[in-house]
Design a protein around this ligand. Structure first.
Ligand code: ATP
Length: 194
């Protein structure tokens, strides 16, 4: 089964993914894969350097993310070129991991912008981690050290809670404690595997 897991920034996606992994799910994290496919020695990094030059490498020959970020932030065509390099590699790696997991596995894809990018149909089940905006802001500020104004700007740039939960087959409410979240994930796992 292919599960698409999403939620706003800092809503608790990684926490839910980890709890699902403990219960036996195979988790595929697209953010993690997008870093893996440009590690030193990969065809991904070679393609990025061919397009953007050696200036996007640090002294150790690793991708200098801030340098690359500065280029693509200011230039839409550059951002599209970067996506055209990275996205197919991420998709191929995800497909490979999915094949390796086998037919009976519950494969959870952690996709931050699943709703925003219109990918709901790509999954058998869409799970949304939902928190009130104020809780989201509080956690981003207290646990991530983000400035409140930045946290609010990031949240505003994403889909609204209503739009996201409207696209969900299951909503995991993460307003409460981590203990409560663990119980919600238990019942989600029960639903997914029964
Ligand atoms: P991002 O969108 O940045 O990838 P995320 O949706 O994966 O974030 P997490 O990293 O799982 O969110 O959670 C955000 C922060 O809130 C983390 O520091 C996490 O430990 C904390 N957190 C998650 N759930 C709870 C909870 N129920 N109570 C308190 N803190 C929580």
């Amino acid at each position: 089964m292919r599960v698409g897991l999403t939620g706003g920034i800092g809503s608790g996606k990684s926490t839910v993914s980890a709890l699902l992994a403990e219960r036996g799910a195979v988790v595929i994290d697209s953010d993690l894969l997008s870093r893996e496919v440009v590690e030193p020695g990969t065809e991904g990094l070679a393609a990025v350097v061919a397009r953007f030059g050696d200036g996007v490498l640090d002294a150790d020959g690793r991708l200098d993310r801030p340098a690359l970020g500065a280029i693509v932030f200011a230039d839409d065509a550059a951002r599209r070129d970067l996506e055209a390099i990275v996205h197919p590699l991420v998709r191929a790696r995800a497909a490979e991991l999915e094949r390796a997991a086998g037919e009976d596995a519950v494969v959870v894809h952690d996709v931050p912008l699943l709703v925003e990018t219109g990918q709901t149909d790509a999954y058998d089940v869409v799970v949304v981690v939902d928190v009130p905006t104020e809780t989201q802001v509080e956690r981003l500020v207290q646990q991530r050290g983000m400035a409140e104004v930045d946290a609010r700007a990031r949240i505003t740039a994403q889909a609204t809670r209503e739009r996201r939960t409207g696209a969900a087959d299951h909503v995991v409410d993460n307003t409460g404690s981590l203990e409560e979240l663990t119980q919600s994930v238990d019942s989600l796992w029960e639903t997914l595997t029964s």
